[in-house]
Ligand binder design. Structure first.
Ligand code: ATP
Length: 240
């Protein structure tokens, strides 16, 4: 579904952020991108969503193809229209807008009938958003804001949902709820590309995974194989 081949990205004239990155996100599956600070995870998300330029980055070689369409240098709107939707890092919701208004913004590209169906899907997944629909997003808890950010991304009926660090700053019990919801969203037919520093959670919910280190893919394979790899266990899962 999404195929990234030999992708090189630089910031400014020469700061290399990604080097020869290969990645495949398959339909019907959850694919995790793991890596520590500075590994290049956000850069990869920016490249896929077409917003590298805003942070001074550019693709210098390689390709990003989604459902047969080359989106390597496509603008963000065209990438969204092709079926890729991002729930950004830091659960960036529109704080002053109500929950319902946030969701409506997410659904602005689809027709009214689809918007109503997607709204039903989102409040079915996250009933708390229906309970709070008239409240400004700023009044939601961190976990609820994360649900709103994911819900907003789902409002455009994406084929591929990108989740950037959905567990960041959340209590373990809330992380577990988000993890269950990722599995449910995928079970309903949406492919997911999940960027996480919480490797344990990411490997638990993914089918496939890629480990990025200083801009290069260090390892890739099935999530189960990576979870049982001794190097991954000691470096990413905190096991002895
Ligand atoms: P984190 O988990 O901390 O967000 P990350 O894995 O997302 O890290 P990136 O933010 O993609 O990593 O950074 C990859 C490399 O690119 C780092 O060396 C970083 O310093 C550099 N970098 C990121 N953004 C910029 C920018 N706007 N200008 C210059 N260099 C940048």
């Amino acid at each position: 579904m999404l195929t990234i081949r030999s992708l090189d990205v630089i910031y400014g004239r020469s700061i290399s952020a990604l080097e020869g990155v290969d990645l495949e996100a398959r339909s019907g599956r959850v694919t995790a991108i793991l890596g520590t600070n500075g590994a290049g995870k956000s850069t990869l998300m920016r490249a896929v969503t077409g917003v590298l330029g805003a942070s001074g980055g550019s693709v210098t070689s390689g390709s990003i193809v989604f459902e047969g369409q080359d989106i390597t240098s496509a603008p963000p709107g065209a990438i969204a229209a092709a079926g890729i939707s991002l729930s950004p890092e830091g659960r960036r919701v529109f704080a002053g807008l109500t929950v319902e208004e946030n969701l409506r913004v997410g659904g602005r590209l689809v027709d009214r009938k689809r918007r109503v169906e997607n709204y039903e899907r989102v409040v079915d997944l996250f009933p708390v958003l229906e309970e709070r629909r008239r409240q400004p997003a700023v009044l939601l808890s961190g976990g609820e804001q994360q649900m709103l950010a994911i819900g907003r991304a789902l409002m455009s009926s994406p084929q591929l949902l990108l989740l950037d660090e959905p567990s960041l700053g959340l209590a373990p019990v809330v992380v577990q709820r988000i993890a269950n919801l990722i599995v449910e969203i995928n079970r309903q037919g949406t492919a997911v590309l999940l960027v996480e520093q919480n490797s344990r959670m990411a490997l638990a919910v993914s089918d496939d995974a890629v480990v990025l280190e200083t801009g290069k893919v260090q390892m890739s394979g099935s999530a189960a194989d990576l979870a049982s790899d001794p190097a991954i266990q000691s470096l990413y899962l905190g096991d002895a």
